[in-house]
Design a protein around this ligand. Structure first.
Ligand code: AMP
Ligand code: MG
Length: 494
């Protein structure tokens, strides 16, 4: 594969040349053929001998110009200037057949100048979790970094206990984080900050250069994309868990997966990160934390923008997020979007959506299965037979009454849209996943992989890559967990 090294050459002052450190008996355990194809990478290059040679031999293609990036970040609200790629290397950029540049990044590559006495490694457990999650989010239409391949090794890594080590190669537009810009602003390095902006415009926000204020256009794009991403997290029950500004991408994509979780039961204040004692990054805090983080990023734009303009851009965040969230929730309930503008109907639609969410919350119902059940039994609603749906809940009468109101609204919408129940059902089945990456499933797949059996990981990739399809042979993965396995929270250790 042909690698470019724009970051390494154009921003050499703000990164460090670091070679990947080999690990003992590494082998490629998972490869993402679809992604490789999309990026124009020959899958043979991801076979063990070829990849190990490219990464670790002296003349290896992938280690020629590998670098660790410097950045900072607000961690749990506190500014930390001592961050950077402590265990990940940018191998270079690849040009996709569509002409876009994508970072190739190796995680778990060994120590760098930013490792702060840590080992620079990643454990198999967290690497699998990241591999699975990024593919799962992508398939749900939630922007994310992608996983290209995963390497296991027999080198043990010390965490709370000794664990198996691993590496993965991931791809995304760039690894530029809010914390990159914050660092060069707060450390008073205006030339480096300008170089970072120049690089960003050139490779990632070229359209902003057409604007009267390129910085404002770029900030607006970041605000928009962050709002859209978080709206999608909320609509699909995803709790990121560590929304520090060093884990926030300027492209509005989900990355740096840690102790994330998809909700099982709908508990809005759920916290997936066991180390987050105050619930700063709870599921229902994510929208406001997104704004807090953008506010932190905004400081780096102050040399280039008027404060009033920054405020105006920040004010658009909530509107964009809410609009996207509400659209997605209505779409999940099969409600005809064009009708949202008809005031009286729009008000009725809002009521039926919020009553639905109240039911899920009051019943602590399974977030994902609830939507799927309505989608699968939509034709029962048409026939006013509500048991198939109400059986799924405790308060059957409340659910039946909701079904009745929902049915009335759908009938009114069909008059406007010309849609019908069958068409609406197929729309709903295409946006309400049957399969979701629940933590107990990830744990099961990890346990097998620790014994070198990646078949469960592969099976999960199959269902999570097309989560709206039926996959009858994998029906058990569609079931919510039993009570003891619900809502598993994890530590940051990775
Ligand atoms: P994270 O929690 O993975 O977002 O990491 C926060 C910071 O710590 C980043 O700068 C990481 O590169 C660094 N880091 C995390 N784990 C390690 C490790 N095992 N070795 C070196 N640096 C690490
Ligand atoms: Mg991170």
């Amino acid at each position: 594969m042909q690698l470019f090294h724009h970051y390494a050459s154009e921003l050499s002052e703000i990164c460090s040349q670091v070679k990947p450190f080999p690990v003992t008996r590494a082998r490629v355990a998972m490869r993402n053929e679809t992604l490789a194809k999309d990026l124009g990478i020959d899958i043979a290059e991801l076979e063990t001998p070829a990849l190990l040679s490219a990464l670790f031999s002296n003349d290896g293609e992938l280690q020629k110009n590998s670098i660790a990036q410097k950045y900072g970040g607000h961690q749990f609200g506190q500014w930390n200037p001592h961050l950077g790629d402590g265990r990940g290397l940018l191998l270079g950029e690849i040009k996709s057949p569509a002409g876009q540049f994508w970072d190739l990044h190796l995680k778990g590559a060994g120590p760098t100048p930013y490792s702060r006495h840590a080992d620079g490694r990643a454990v198999l457990r967290s690497t699998i979790r990241e591999y699975l999650a990024s593919e799962a989010l992508y398939a749900l239409g939630i922007p994310s970094s992608r996983s290209l391949c995963l390497l296991t090794s027999e080198e043990p890594v010390q965490r709370e206990q000794l664990e198996r080590g691993a590496m993965m190669i991931r791809t995304c537009e760039s690894h530029l984080r809010f914390g990159h810009f914050e660092f060069f602003h707060h450390s008073n390095q205006p030339e480096q900050l300008e170089a970072l902006f120049a690089y960003s415009f050139k490779y990632h926000f070229p359209e902003c250069l057409d604007s009267d204020s390129p910085h404002q256009a770029m900030f607006q794009t970041i605000v928009d994309n962050t709002a859209l991403m978080i709206a999608k997290w909320q609509a699909y029950g995803f709790n990121h868990g560590v929304m520090n500004t060093d884990n926030m991408s300027i492209h509005g994509i989900t990355f740096d997966y840690g102790p994330y979780a998809f909700l099982d039961d709908f508990i809005p204040e759920y916290v997936c990160n066991r180390s987050d004692h105050n619930g700063r990054y709870a599921f229902d805090q994510q929208p406001s934390i997104g704004l807090w983080n953008l506010n932190a990023l905004a400081h780096a734009f102050t040399p280039f923008m008027q404060i009033e303009d920054i405020k105006t851009v920040l004010m658009s965040y909530e509107v964009t997020l809410l609009n996207e969230y509400q659209t997605l929730m209505k779409r999940r309930l099969g409600l005809y979007e064009q009708a949202f503008n008809e005031q009286k109907l729009a008000a009725e639609i809002d009521i039926v959506v919020s009553e639905w969410m109240d039911i899920l919350k009051d019943e602590t119902a399974d977030f994902h299965q609830s939507f799927r059940v309505v989608s699968e039994h939509l034709l029962s609603i048409e026939n006013q037979e509500y048991n198939n749906i109400s059986d799924f809940f405790v308060n059957a009468e409340r659910v039946k009454s909701w079904c009745e109101s929902y049915r009335d609204i759908q009938q009114k919408l069909f008059d406007i849209s010309g849609n019908n129940w069958a068409k609406t059902q197929s729309n709903m089945l295409a946006v309400n996943p049957k399969f979701i990456l629940r933590n107990h499933l990830a744990q099961e797949a990890i346990a097998a992989a620790e014994d070198d059996d990646f078949s469960l990981c592969e099976a999960l990739i199959t269902v999570l890559s097309s989560p709206f399809d039926d996959h009858p042979e994998f029906a058990r993965f569609a079931k919510p967990p039993a009570d003891p396995e619900k809502g598993i929270a994890l530590s940051c250790s990775s």
